[in-house]
Design a protein around this ligand. Structure first.
Ligand code: NAP
Length: 271
């Protein structure tokens, strides 16, 4: 266990914008030190300075492209060395937030984007969870927070691969959460499912032109606050927002084919 005088430390992937940026702020506000990961180094540096001046937290950043095949292993090694240097015996919280989407009919989709999505949203998230688990298990309040999506609950035409990657995140998180509840270490595994959220996600996923009523769009800040509250409450699966909660219940009540048809007509209306 880490010496008592050191605050808990969390690693946040995708900390350079949107939900990950805001989660880093929330955790710093709750007394965590932070390890910030993404590709845009300048953004991470700015966030580090902000967290240190605003919250008195210590923050460190590592530039990493998590869609590259060996990146999770590299990051694991780099973080273990950093923790060692800082006298931390373990990581306390891992936030697997980095993720990308792609709005596109499957027949028109690019193989490169498909690979990036699967490598980042599924492979890296799973590898980081496994690689850091041994370290997190040494924490007295260890947790893994995985950011899925309301897209995890049903097939989503025009975002088929993205929604499938998030269905994986949800299923994977719920399964390991149950394993952990029955293990000695009691690491909490939390799966956060935001609905549409204001961030850089829409631009990257070619979704900027979607006709979405603004009242259904959450802020990244609200999702981050909800994430940290869910961690404190020890929730396993947490869907953000009442409308989203109702929306994710529907697929349990209707035949799967009807749900896929409904998603398709919603997507046709908003694209
Ligand atoms: N916004 C929504 O409507 C929404 C809804 C449900 C779920 N989500 C999920 O929420 C999570 C955060 O997304 P967001 O909305 O905050 O979007 P965002 O503003 O685009 O943030 C995505 C973050 O992931 C990082 N990232 C992207 N590709 C990466 C890569 N190859 N390697 C390392 N880091 C990478 C980005 O940083 P760099 O570009 O600097 O690397 C950025 O920090 C994602 O998992 C997303 O699927 C979003």
């Amino acid at each position: 266990m880490t010496p008592e005088n050191l605050p808990p430390i969390a690693l946040v992937t995708g900390a350079s914008s949107g939900i990950g940026y805001e989660i880093s702020k929330e955790l710093a506000n709750k007394g965590f030190n932070l390890i910030l990961v993404a590709r845009r180094e300048e953004r991470l540096k700015e966030l580090k300075n902000y967290l240190e001046s605003e919250f008195g937290a210590k923050a460190y950043y590592l530039k990493k492209d998590l869609s590259e095949l060996n990146s999770a292993n590299e990051l694991h090694q780099e973080v273990l060395s950093l923790l060692d240097e800082l006298n931390y015996e373990n990581l306390d919280v891992l936030v697997n937030n980095a993720g990308v989407g792609d709005l596109c009919k499957f027949e028109e989709s690019s193989i490169e984007k498909l690979e990036t999505m699967i490598n980042l949203n599924i492979l890296s998230l799973s590898k980081l969870s496994r690689l850091f688990l041994d370290s997190i298990q040494k924490s007295k309040d260890g947790a893994i927070i995985n950011i899925a999506s309301t897209a995890a609950f049903q097939a989503l035409p025009q975002m088929a691969v993205y929604a499938a990657t998030k269905a994986y995140v949800l299923s994977f998180s719920e399964a390991i959460a149950e394993e952990m509840k029955n293990s000695k270490s009691k690491v909490k595994v939390i799966c956060i499912c935001p609905g549409i959220t204001e961030s850089e996600f829409q631009v990257r996923a070619d979704m900027s032109d979607l006709k979405i009523n603004k009242q259904f769009v959450a802020s990244s800040e609200a999702v981050a606050k909800y994430t940290v509250k869910s961690l404190e409450k020890g929730k396993t699966t947490a869907v953000h927002g009442i409308i989203n909660k109702i929306g994710t219940l529907l697929p349990r009540l209707l035949p799967r084919s009807a749900i896929a048809r409904m998603s398709n007509s919603v997507m046709n209306k908003i694209t």
